[in-house]
Design a protein. Structure first.
Length: 467
């Protein structure tokens, strides 16, 4: 190295070669020239991996720099002292693997708090790389790493654009969740069927258990999103709404995991995160094309909160083929052909069992069913244990009865149903506020029967009688 000071402009020639770690020449590789005041020139190597600088300079110190990539960017440099009309030769041996990583602008995000984050390039800082950050809320930066604060909760698309020393420009976008809550989003898979005002119940699983926490409305394309408490567990129940129309195939209420009963459903376990879901909806090819009808009533006297309650119509194999929403504690299935069905009221956290209904023909009498929502179960009100007695208000005679059942009530009755032992309605009569009623049971076979009464649109219990 020459140590003489230059007081006048001197012409300097600097040459050299760039060799890879495998002994290969590096063509079109950048080489940079600096003096004490900063950047002077840039050149690239030829097909033999050689470079050349010719400069006129008054400086006595020249710095030659280049870069290599071996899992991360590294700067290689050499500093020389000059004298007039100097020819210098500087070679570099570089670890430089041109891989997808070498052209990547991937970055790291480290949360410092709910709203504060530390951003940095995954491959570290290099003075020859340019950085352009866009933090998704209008904020920008050209630093290699920095701390950034968000003012409001949200999901922000953070974009980093880098141009590296070998001329490769890359863009990476990464989502950042700011705020205390978690963010869940997804889409509903329906095989291109029409959703028609579907909604999703978010149901508490490990806190606010079995309650409807919120109702989520998907957009017309089946996309949905919502905020929820972090580090919690939930059930998701999708409910289509068909109104008074029939569609084929029918879309049925479906839990996450493609199940119709809550105990078989997948539990949504959410940390503090952005979570993506896919809800696949159960379908049925059943088309109501008969004339039979089932009417049901749900007793829910002791629970004031909203229940995620739907009623399924099951076929003879106990597979769901249709459903009904409970409105005003009532539900209905109409236009049913002859066959065997099961009725299953279903809500998260309560055990229920299918109740069998058989239509021998297409014009059988309507079936009326009643269910009571308890603390742990949903029970049909047709069995000996489930039937609430109305002995204080209503008296039956004679017992056993032969042809005429005498009913004496302290309250005006408006409707009477008689059920067989299987819970099927076999006789129904409107009595329009009467208190003394004579009901013909001549056509009934010998056996045990249940009777229920309606007073002022309220059930007042029932009784058992023998014939």
């Amino acid at each position: 190295m020459a140590l003489a000071q230059l007081n006048i402009y001197a012409q300097v020639e600097i040459t050299g070669s760039l060799i890879g770690t495998q002994g290969d020449s590096l063509q079109d590789h950048p080489v940079f020239l600096f003096d004490q005041d900063g950047f002077l020139k840039k050149t690239t190597t030829n097909e033999s991996g050689r470079y050349l600088f010719l400069i006129d300079t008054q400086s006595d110190i020249i710095i030659v720099k280049t870069v290599g990539f071996c899992g991360f960017w590294r700067t290689h440099s050499d500093t020389v002292f000059l004298k007039a009309d100097t020819c210098l030769h500087i070679d570099f041996s570089i670890c430089h693997n041109i891989t997808p990583q070498a052209c990547s602008s991937k970055f790291l995000v480290k949360p410092e708090s709910e709203f504060e984050f530390f951003f940095s390039s995954q491959y570290g800082y290099n003075e020859f790389i340019t950085y352009q950050w866009d933090f998704g809320d209008g904020g920008t930066s050209n630093l290699a790493e920095l701390e950034y604060d968000y003012e409001e909760k949200g999901v922000y698309n953070v974009r980093l654009i880098t141009e590296n020393p070998v001329g490769c420009i890359d863009t990476v976008v990464q989502e950042v969740l700011a705020g205390r809550e978690s963010y869940v989003r997804g889409n509903i898979h329906t095989n291109d069927n029409y959703l028609s005002n579907a909604f999703i119940w978010l149901i508490g699983f490990d806190f606010n258990q079995n309650n409807v926490i919120k109702t989520i409305r998907p957009d017309p394309h089946g996309r949905f999103k919502f905020w929820c408490e972090p580090n919690s567990k939930y059930l998701l129940k999708l409910v289509p709404d068909f109104g008074d129309n029939n569609y084929a195939p029918r879309l049925l209420p479906t839990y996450l995991g493609g199940e119709f009963y809550w105990q078989d459903a997948d539990v949504l376990d959410v940390g503090h995160e952005i979570k993506d879901l896919r809800l696949a909806v159960l379908e049925s090819d059943f088309i109501p094309h008969g004339f039979n009808k089932i009417h049901g009533y749900i007793f829910n006297d002791h629970i004031e909160r909203e229940l995620p309650l739907t009623v399924y119509l099951l076929n003879s194999f106990e597979e769901p083929i249709d459903f009904a929403r409970v409105k005003g504690e009532n539900f209905e299935f109409e236009n049913l052909p002859a066959g065997t069905y099961f009725i299953l009221p279903e809500t998260a956290g309560k055990v229920s069992y299918p109740l069998k209904v058989v239509f021998e023909g297409d014009f059988d009498p309507p079936v009326n069913l009643e269910f009571k929502v308890g603390t742990t179960h949903i029970n049909p009100l047709v069995g000996l244990q489930e039937l609430d007695s109305a002995n204080d208000e209503v008296q039956l005679s004679p017992i056993p009865v032969k042809n005429i059942l005498h009913i004496r009530s302290t309250l005006p009755l408006y409707k009477i149903w008689i059920y067989n032992i299987n819970g099927t309605v076999i006789k129904e009569k409107e009595v329009m506020g009467e208190k003394n009623i004579e009901l013909s049971v001549q056509n009934l076979k010998k056996g045990t029967y249940f009777i229920r009464y309606l007073f002022n649109n309220e059930f007042i219990g029932g009784d058992i009688f023998l014939k």
